[in-house]
Design a protein around this ligand. Structure first.
Ligand code: AMP
Length: 282
């Protein structure tokens, strides 16, 4: 597996693939890798001839007081996991390589980024949109793969790519979970044993709301109240938001909707966790 840290080296390898007529998949990550990331790499191998992963903890998507400085960083470990999963190349640029100067360009999708996580992380999706655009322009993959775990992020990126006619397909892969249902996340490493047990409240709440939909409940406000109520039962949990939304526009779910995105963000101690389920109404 190749390790590349500069854009010119990446471009040169990209040119080689193009000359050989090979399709490229890109899996952008911030490292702290787990099975969820590796599933994206394996999916990339089904969709393309070669898979590249990027590891870049993007400073512009962290707010003041968030965990940029202490975000898990273990390059050697991540590199070995990616090699085992079949990635052909890891792009691990420095902050200087990605931001040689502060970006004068702002990419904002207020309609998609204003609610849910965006309401509590101002500027977060501007940082995500900027870095993803940079990475897509740097690597020029045929397909880029993202996880459904970060649903709002995937919705923002899909729309960004469509709005700007970017020549890349966006693929969204299912959320990979621990055996007890907790969505895998690099931030799970912050949890104490007691908090780790409490963290299952996210999936318990989502499944309770999913069951309510299956039993005929369609009112967004009722589903949101149900989600919040389930989280309230867990003493170590502090709710940030719940949402019952349209999965594409992220607007509050309309009466008669056939697809409902259930989503929430919860603090377990000092750790902020997010999760979601897409419920298809039969
Ligand atoms: P991150 O390193 O957290 O920025 O995540 C990199 C990519 O992995 C994003 O597209 C995430 O949505 C995806 N991802 C993170 N956790 C999971 C998971 N548990 N299952 C599937 N994809 C995931």
């Amino acid at each position: 597996m190749l390790i590349v840290t500069t854009v010119p080296a990446l471009r040169s390898r990209r040119g080689e693939l193009r000359r050989r007529g090979l399709r490229l998949a890109l899996v952008p990550t911030m490292g702290g890798l787990h099975e969820g990331h590796l599933a994206l790499v394996r999916r990339g191998r089904e969709l393309a001839d070669e898979v590249w992963a990027s590891i870049f903890v993007n400073p512009t998507q962290f707010g003041p007081g968030e965990d940029f400085a202490r975000y898990p960083r273990d390059f050697e470990h991540d590199r070995d996991l990616l090699a085992d999963a079949g990635a052909a190349l890891v792009f691990a640029p420095s902050v200087q390589e990605v931001y040689p100067k502060p970006s004068a360009t702002v990419i904002d999708l207020p309609a998609l980024a204003g609610g849910m996580c965006g309401a509590f992380r101002p500027g977060h999706f501007r940082g995500v949109a900027l870095v993803v655009t940079k990475l897509l322009n740097m690597a020029q993959p045929d397909v880029a793969i993202f996880g459904a775990k970060d649903w709002q992020q995937a919705a923002v990126i899909r729309r960004l790519v469509a709005d700007l006619h970017m020549p890349v397909a966006i693929d969204v892969a299912p959320t990979v979970r621990e055996e007890d249902g907790l969505a895998m996340s690099s931030r799970n490493a912050y949890l104490s044993a007691e908090e780790r047990r409490a963290a299952t409240v996210l999936i318990r709440a989502l499944r309770a709301a999913e069951a309510a939909v299956a039993a005929g409940e369609r009112r967004g406000a009722v589903l949101e109240a149900l989600l919040a109520g389930e989280v309230g039962i867990e003493g170590l949990a502090r709710l940030q938001y719940v949402a019952a939304a349209d999965p594409d526009t992220l607007a509050p779910v309309a009466d008669g909707a056939t697809r409902i995105l259930l989503a929430l963000a919860v603090f377990i101690g000092g750790t902020r966790l997010i999760d979601n389920l897409l419920v298809e109404v039969k």
